[in-house]
Design a protein around this ligand. Sequence first.
Ligand SMILES: *Cc1c(COP(=O)(O)O)cnc(C)c1O
Length: 425
Amino acid sequence: MKFETKCLHSGYAPKNGEPRVVPIVQSTTYRFDSCDHVADLFDKPTEYIYSRFANPTCDAVEKKLADMEGGVGAMLTSSGQAASLLSILNLCSAGDSFIASASIYGGTINLFGFTLKKLGIECIWVDVDASYDEILKSFKPNTKAVFGETIANPALTVFDIEKWAKAAHEKHVPLIVDNTFATPYLCRPFEFGADIVVHSTTKYLDGHAVQGGGAIVDSGNFDWVAANKATGYFEDLVKPDPSYHGLEYVKEFGKAAYIIKARTQLMRDFGCYPAAHSAFLLNMGIETLPIRMERYCKNALQVAEFFQRHDKIAKVRYPMLGGDKYYENAKKYLPLGASGVITVSIKGGRKAAMRFMDSLKLASDEVHVADIRTCVLHPASATHRQLTDEQLVAAGIDGGMVRFSCGLENVDDIICDIKQALEKV
Ligand SMILES: *Cc1c(COP(=O)(O)O)cnc(C)c1O
């Protein structure tokens, strides 16, 4: 199946007389005829036992997402934050470190830099534009994963997946990519060597701002046994699991070892799973993802070009604009477009930006991005409010910067709204 077809048909194939649409199995539990049957399922989880482990509605969406990314398996989580957290905890424990590109989502920066540090896991920050050798040099003897973001929120840097994957593999560790802004419609990181993908499905995959969620997808390509032989890392994947009476993930599940371990150990213990109803809504979003992404990208390019021509604009960042620092990376990794998100700096700084935003009538000021409706956010006074002016500069944010997330309205209406708001600045 081609991508658009997978978005509609993967993960659920009703038999004769069954519901056409993925049913919402809003049940925490399942009924069995015998104790022996339940005991067998605790040895080998091949059927639904309890919805914290697996649920039929979630399962259908997990299979679809895995298919869309080109992976062997996926696990839905209750948020994007939970997906990022578990993607690392599945590889690192206290005393380990991992590398992350410094240009990633602010919530992930807090999670990696502060909360994981409290758990004894160190994040080594590396510049997103670091050379291959610089990346290699930043590894420590206990570094067990590398993490980056395809299109970073809100910096809009475009991650050079191939370079980072090569460096990670030279050191026998997997590359994890947060593919939230690109979605598998614009970029499939596995095709460039990434091993694991995470998503905040709250954004474009859902698209309609109706439920938060996340996902981890496993490519199945990382060779845990070879890496373990070379480094001694990843014992948890290749040796018997004492918390699961000796289950050996690679031996038992082969290519799906990582994602099944994430489910049987981490989802079992942390319990951050989505409701079946949320998975149902996510599935509805995914069904129209391809046509929505196409339009987001088309609208955003036109809006970015409008901003570029306007004399009250100091700077526009959109990776598909010719001359953008990440244009070459965008052409390689995002040939169909760079999502609906633009960052724009209004001349006159903080006051001018806030005046512009308060004057918008169609676009609304929201702590959200990647919605079906156009929305804006002022990072300096909202998400990055705690930073000093110097810290803001270091994070690539200035007081005049607005994160502009183009929706699916007619682009003439979006531009008309921007025009009248800029007149008030
Ligand atoms: C929003 C976001 C997250 C966090 O997702 P939640 O669903 O809000 O927990 C992670 N990564 C990126 C790139 C995001 O935009």
